[in-house]
Design a protein around this ligand. Structure first.
Ligand SMILES: Cc1cc2nc3c(=O)[nH]c(=O)nc-3n(C[C@H](O)[C@H](O)[C@H](O)COP(=O)(O)OP(=O)(O)OC[C@H]3O[C@@H](n4cnc5c(N)ncnc54)[C@H](O)[C@@H]3O)c2cc1C
Length: 402
């Protein structure tokens, strides 16, 4: 395996241009979390030519008054959120792992529990710099929020999974940190909390996040997060009590729920999933599948069935996603668990992703749930934007019946 890395944009550009000239494919790497994906059965297709972005990790600009920041793609989420928090701000994204690189999070269009109320990455990207399939450095968007000029190339790279160009820097509009964030938490022996969350959702009570996960003794710990001055918080707490009665206790953010290794709402801007996997002692070979479903499907999801089979589950009911984990390392069994999950997914919009498995989980095993909307258009776009096929990304090599 040959790896190229540099902290200089010019050096990276000339390396990419030489790969284009020699038609030598390479894989763009941030922190490498997603780096083994089997495509159509043979992992040989994974390029051994790696471009590592971790050294390109500087701050291009930071204007706290205008709440805009420009950083290079190799900077980690942890570093960015720390820099912003020092000025009472944050990037409204919920990365799973703290050391993921910003360029990767944008290339994967990563999302998390906050997107229903805070929007996703696409709502806070205002500019992008990338190296295209001709080796040119492209700048799209700008450094100010009101840059609406021209075709929106900025968002074309969002979710490009490393197949349409090398993202080198991104400009974001950031947000103030939530004011006095709090959470209301409670333990439930069964899924009685689900219809109540449905009622909260129907009443449009302004929450920042909702997160529930199974505890080691297979009860549920539920958290509802909100923020604001005391008056606002009291109003929200009384509305929540109208639905949940006295089953939930109020906790200022950062406080841990007694007896729990992970308290819903913790580390949501800086790697919550790593904290959950650590709390459950999940290893890279254990079964972990991530599902995105419409809220209405989550509110009637047969969780009891999975709870009774010792699945470890984290769920974000609104704007929904569910993480299914099991401490099994038997791939044959893991594929059976996957079929069990697929058998209860109804909605055509539901999607599945392997996060970890005994062997590399393949897109094919996910079936129709593995295909992103508009997938075939992205394949065509890639052929156009990467004519020499240098940006190796397994995501683009899937064969599905149209
Ligand atoms: C299947 C799966 C789904 C996931 N979904 C989410 C999610 O929804 N939300 C979440 O927070 N985390 C998610 N994660 C967790 C993962 O931490 C993030 O995807 C994170 O973006 C990975 O960061 P990394 O730096 O390790 O990326 P890597 O694994 O190094 O790269 C990830 C992908 O991005 C491409 N890439 C990296 N840098 C660049 C760049 N500068 N320019 C262009 N392309 C680049 C790579 O080629 C690769 O395809 C997911 C992980 C997996 C395995």
């Amino acid at each position: 395996m040959s790896k190229f890395e540099s902290g200089s944009l010019e050096e990276i550009q000339s390396w990419v241009s030489s790969c284009i000239e020699d038609q030598k494919a390479f894989r763009i790497c941030g922190n490498g979390t997603r780096f083994v994906t089997k495509v159509s059965g043979n992992s040989e297709s994974i390029s051994s030519n790696i471009l590592s972005m971790q050294k390109l990790n500087g701050t291009r600009f930071f204007d706290p008054d205008d709440m805009v920041v420009g950083v290079e793609a190799g900077m980690s989420i942890r570093t960015l959120q720390k820099m912003l928090a020092e000025r009472n701000m944050m990037l409204p994204a919920n990365p799973w792992f703290p050391d993921s690189c910003i360029g990767s999070v944008v290339a994967c269009n990563d999302f998390g529990p906050n997107r229903m109320n805070m929007g996703g990455l696409r709502d806070c990207i205002i500019g992008i710099e990338y190296i295209n399939g001709k080796g040119e450095i492209v700048n799209a968007g700008g450094k100010v929020v009101k840059n609406v000029s021209g075709y929106d190339l900025t968002r074309m790279m969002l979710g490009s999974q490393g197949g349409l160009g090398v993202i080198t820097a991104i400009n974001f509009k950031v947000m103030p940190l939530p004011v006095e964030p709090h959470g209301m938490h409670g333990i439930f022996k069964d899924e009685a909390w689900l219809p109540q969350v449905g009622e909260i959702h129907k009443r449009r009570i302004p929450l920042d996040w909702i997160q529930a996960l199974l505890t080691p003794d297979l009860s549920w710990i539920l958290g509802l997060g909100y923020s604001g001055n005391a008056l606002n918080r009291n109003r929200i707490e009384s509305e929540i009590r109208e639905v949940f009665g006295k089953t939930l206790d109020v906790h200022p953010e950062g406080g841990s729920f007694p007896g729990q290794k992970f308290t819903p709402g913790e580390q949501r801007f800086g790697g919550f999933l790593k904290a959950i996997r650590d709390a459950w002692e999940m290893e890279d070979s254990h079964f972990h599948v991530f599902a995105t479903l419409p809220t209405e499907e989550i509110l009637c999801f047969p969780f009891e069935k999975f709870r009774k089979e010792n699945f470890k589950i984290t769920v974000h009911p609104t704007g929904g996603d569910i993480h299914f984990m099991l401490k099994s390392t038997d791939m044959k069994k893991q594929l059976q668990y996957l079929e069990k999950i697929k058998s209860v997914l109804v909605h055509s919009e539901s999607k599945l992703r392997w996060v970890s498995a005994a062997n590399e989980g393949s897109f094919q095993e996910l079936g129709r749930f593995g295909v992103a909307n508009g997938y075939f258009l992205t394949q065509r776009l890639k052929r156009h934007l990467d004519p020499s096929g240098v940006f190796f990304a397994p995501y683009y090599d899937l064969e599905f019946d149209a």
